[in-house]
Ligand binder design. Structure first.
Ligand code: OFO
Length: 172
């Protein structure tokens, strides 16, 4: 059985994951409206991933005898000045989620809930990868600057950008 403090924190994380999914869906829609098809596909896929994260929390809570709660969500940002702003928002959002996951880990340790701590391990690793991916995307955009040809190639290739390619690019 989950302790009340853990149940509360896990249910809050359901909301954050759902809000991440909505934010990336909103970014996908913005990108599509700008004719950035590859970028839109990237964000549609990313939105689905966040929904999958939300479901992982839902199922974990229910499996442990708790009851997952679905709440109202904040409206996501829907207007952006440019692709740069979208990708900066992506990175700052992922950094925020990493902090939330770390906070959840700390609550588990305080409550000696080692099963939930174990469950969260996957998310700790996932956040590292997602932050690295967002940084890579932003680095590439910074390299391109205002170059329209570069933006065309970026949009064509964004779905192929992976954490592995980011490590190769930075020589890590
Ligand atoms: Fe849910 O993985 Fe990032 O935010």
């Amino acid at each position: 059985m989950l302790k009340p403090a853990i149940l509360k924190a896990l249910n809050e994380q359901i909301r954050y994951e759902a809000e991440s999914s909505q934010l990336y869906l909103s970014m996908a829609i913005w990108a599509e409206s700008q004719g950035l098809e590859g970028t839109a596909n990237f964000f549609y896929a990313h939105s689905d991933e966040e929904r999958m994260h939300m479901l992982k929390f839902v199922k974990y809570i229910n499996e442990r005898g708790g009851k997952a709660i679905i709440t109202a969500l904040d409206k996501p940002q829907s207007e952006f000045n440019n692709l740069h702003e979208v990708c900066e928002t992506l990175l700052s959002h992922e950094i925020k989620v990493t902090e939330l996951i770390n906070e959840l880990v700390a609550i588990c340790l305080d409550n000696r809930d080692y099963n939930t701590h174990n469950f969260l391990h996957w998310f700790v690793t996932e956040q590292l990868e997602e932050e690295a991916l967002a940084r890579t995307i932003l680095d590439k955009l910074n390299l391109i600057g205002e170059d329209k040809g570069g933006l065309y190639l970026f949009d064509r290739d964004i779905e192929k950008i992976t954490v592995t390619s980011s490590a190769q690019n930075t020589g890590e």
